[in-house]
Design a protein around this ligand. Structure first.
Ligand SMILES: C[S@@+](CC[C@H](N)C(=O)[O-])C[C@H]1O[C@@H](n2cnc3c(N)ncnc32)[C@H](O)[C@@H]1O
Length: 249
């Protein structure tokens, strides 16, 4: 365990989970209140959750079945995956992004839609382990941008390895342009918005460069339909929310 951390366990209907608090940050009574909130999953309110996450170092992961609820006919065993909420990428997707970054050694990476930064941090950690490369991520919501940049700073990843900019994904792609080696497309739930990002990205990509598109499972009908029209070699990963990896010919 990291220095200055205090591990607390708590029970949920899905079993025991743990959270790490900074030592001395909260009184025991406050820690109990927070754990109670997590165990009842009463943090639907993003502002409240963000407030807690600023000081709590790790948040509990839940079974993905809590979020996809068996709606993906291709992937009925959705309880085998984990996620911290319905918008954050699944833990396994983040692990995959980390491994992919380690494998393909990109110099410049773009992410559209940072949200609370779980994918951002996984990619940044991969770049850090590689010893080179930079991630430019974005979100349209200012306090998400601020929150993730703080998370990066706390891990010594801010600026040199990764940063989040407040802008639309398509504008970030156009700004970074032909230096992009890998992109993680995970912004708006609207297929049109992600489709425009991909249309802008493809001409910039050099041969053998890749991008991953999240939420390509059947329940995300717009994104899935758009994903199937992209004319590049691809592989679909049959996860609860679906992930498709494309490679420029
Ligand atoms: C599914 S979440 C991203 C999850 C994140 N990649 C992760 O790994 O946990 C989508 C995010 O995209 C943001 N967003 C929506 N439209 C956008 C756009 N046009 N450009 C960039 N971000 C956008 C939303 O504010 C939201 O925070």
């Amino acid at each position: 365990m990291e220095d200055g951390m205090n591990k607390r366990k708590f029970n949920t209907p899905e079993g025991e989970k743990q959270v790490f608090f900074k030592t001395g940050e909260f009184t025991e009574e406050e820690e109990n209140e927070i754990l109670d909130g997590f165990s009842k999953d009463s943090f639907k309110d993003l502002e409240r959750k963000k407030e807690i996450m600023k000081t709590v170092c790790k948040k509990p992961m839940s079974k993905e079945s809590q979020f996809t609820n068996g709606v993906n006919p291709l992937c009925q065993n959705d309880g085998d995956w984990m996620a911290s909420d319905e918008q954050s990428s699944e833990m396994e997707v983040n692990d995959f992004l980390y491994a992919l970054i380690r494998m393909i050694k990109p110099k410049t990476v773009v992410e559209t839609g940072s949200y609370l930064g779980e994918g951002t941090i996984a990619i940044a950690r991969g770049l850090e382990a590689n010893g080179f490369g930079r991630l430019f991520s974005c979100d349209v919501i200012g306090d998400r941008v601020e929150f993730v940049n703080k998370q990066l700073a706390e891990r010594n990843l801010f600026l040199e390895t990764a940063q989040v900019i407040q802008c639309k994904g398509i504008d970030l792609i156009k700004q970074i342009g032909s230096t992009i080696d890998f992109a993680f497309i995970d912004s708006s739930p609207e297929g049109k918005v992600r489709g425009e990002e991909i249309s802008a990205l493809i001409p910039y990509l050099r041969p053998l460069k890749m991008f991953a598109l999240h939420d390509t499972a059947p329940q995300h009908a717009q994104i899935r339909a758009m994903s199937q029209k992209v004319d590049l070699p691809s592989v679909y990963f049959n996860t609860p929310r679906g992930l498709t990896l494309y490679m420029k010919k």
